[in-house]
Write a protein of this length. Structure first.
Length: 137
């Protein structure tokens, strides 16, 4: 503690108070840094479910969080070429979907224009040839 105090130019009493404050918080509220999460993933990787659950309870981590950390670490270590291939496939699928949506939009715009034209024509026709009330019945 004294070495850290000298290196940081902070009194030992202050460091001890900060440490006590940090340890007084429930483990659930403590922040997990990226290196700490990675180390937790490595530490629990070879454990069976019971041991992993016990470790999670002891350290205030949900097993789902540990699984999310593992997935994030795996994704971060993924081969960039794999990511590029997946990205290319996603882009191709997105382009195909955009084309479908644009085609559908054009079709609906044409149908709307046709319906508007028919409505205008029917109003003009009615203005030119008004209906008698007797004809409706």
């Amino acid at each position: 503690m004294e070495t850290v105090s000298r290196e940081l130019s902070i009194s030992t009493a202050t460091l001890e108070r900060w440490r006590a404050d940090a340890l007084s918080k429930p483990a659930r509220e403590r922040a997990w840094t990226a290196p700490a999460r990675f180390e937790a993933v490595l530490l629990t990787a070879a454990m069976d479910e019971a041991s992993k659950s016990a470790w999670c309870r002891e350290n205030g981590v949900y097993p789902q969080e540990l699984e999310q950390w593992r997935a994030a670490a795996t994704q971060a270590l993924a081969d960039p070429e794999d990511a590029a291939r997946i990205s290319h496939r996603e882009k191709k699928a997105d382009r195909r979907r955009i084309k479908e949506l644009e085609r559908d939009l054009r079709r609906k715009e044409k149908a709307l224009a046709e319906a508007a034209a028919l409505l205008v024509l029917s109003k003009k026709l009615e203005a030119i040839f008004p209906r008698d009330k007797d004809e409706d019945a």
